[in-house]
Design a protein around this ligand. Structure first.
Ligand SMILES: NC(=O)c1ccc[n+]([C@@H]2O[C@H](COP(=O)([O-])OP(=O)(O)OC[C@H]3O[C@@H](n4cnc5c(N)ncnc54)[C@H](O)[C@@H]3O)[C@@H](O)[C@H]2O)c1
Length: 254
């Protein structure tokens, strides 16, 4: 018996990086997985990999910054598949634009919570894991002095504000839905080898700068985040709710 046998899971941002690893981990543990992404092709590719593992996959083309679309996708999952047991509220961007960053990283996570929690409560329980960041626990360091670069200040501020917001939402929804069996937790990854950090890694000295931020002296892998997220989503974490768990090679303990 695997941890997610017979469960129905919905993963946002499933087409790449951490979301893809989450979808594959849930599938490997027996879950049916709705692979959702704004990029439908990449969601389809992940769904194909889920099916290679012998699990059932459904593709959902979804922009998480559109509330009505999020509501409909989650309700469709419950209607078509009978339940919604797990939501990995994971889609996110590192954009130069304040509006876009907060719309996807913060509003999108809120839409997932506000529309998944009632579905889960009505069926007797469920579990949500939000992908926050070490940027939800403190300020981010950058390899260069950027105080006179307005775009850089805006970009880092928007990301840090959005991820602190995700940690706040995690706690508030955990409190609101605790008595009806819905657990809400967050993972706070350090720097993980996915396309979202390709630009920083590509700069001269960028990779070494990022590695040095982590006491373990390396970057993380998406699978290492998916492993912790799956634990939090599973019944093994049945008395865990409202936590923002670092998965960061020690980044946040300094
Ligand atoms: N990689 C890191 O170092 C790191 C660190 C901390 C937190 N995170 C967070 O992890 C999450 C996943 O990022 P990743 O590193 O896997 O990056 P990624 O770029 O590999 O994957 C992000 C996925 O989200 C999708 N996406 C973007 N906007 C969307 C939208 N509006 N609606 C639906 N899907 C959308 C993209 O198409 C992509 O498939 C993000 O929330 C990110 O902020 C990443």
């Amino acid at each position: 018996m695997s941890a997610f046998d017979g469960k129905i899971s919905f993963v946002t941002g499933a087409g790449s990086g951490i979301g893809e690893a989450m979808a594959l981990k849930l599938a490997a543990e027996g879950s049916t997985v709705v692979c959702s992404d704004i990029n439908e092709q990449s969601a389809q590719a992940t769904a194909a990999r889920v099916e290679e593992l012998g699990a059932k996959a459904v593709v959902s083309a979804l922009d998480t910054s559109r509330e009505q679309a999020v509501k409909e996708a989650l309700e469709k999952t419950r209607r078509d598949l009978g339940r919604l047991d797990v939501l990995m509220n994971n889609a996110g961007v590192g954009s130069k634009d304040w509006e876009m960053t907060t719309a996807i990283n913060l509003d999108g996570v809120y839409y997932g919570l506000i529309h998944a929690c009632p579905i889960m409560a009505a069926q007797g329980g469920g579990s949500i894991v939000n992908t926050a960041s070490v940027a939800g626990l403190g300020a981010l360091m950058r390899p260069v002095d950027y105080h006179d670069d307005r775009a850089a200040v805006e970009s880092v501020s928007a990301y840090v504000a959005s991820k602190h917001g995700v940690v706040g939402l995690t706690k508030q929804f955990a409190v609101a839905y605790g008595k009806v069996g819905v657990r809400v937790n967050a993972v706070c990854p350090g720097y993980i080898k996915t396309p979202i950090i390709a630009a920083i890694r590509g700069r001269e000295g960028g990779e070494e700068f990022l590695k040095a931020l982590h006491p373990m002296g390396r970057l993380g892998n998406p699978e290492e985040v998916a492993e912790v997220a799956a634990f939090l989503a599973s019944d093994k974490a049945s008395f865990v709710t409202g936590v923002a768990m670092p998965v960061d090679g020690g980044y946040s303990c300094r």
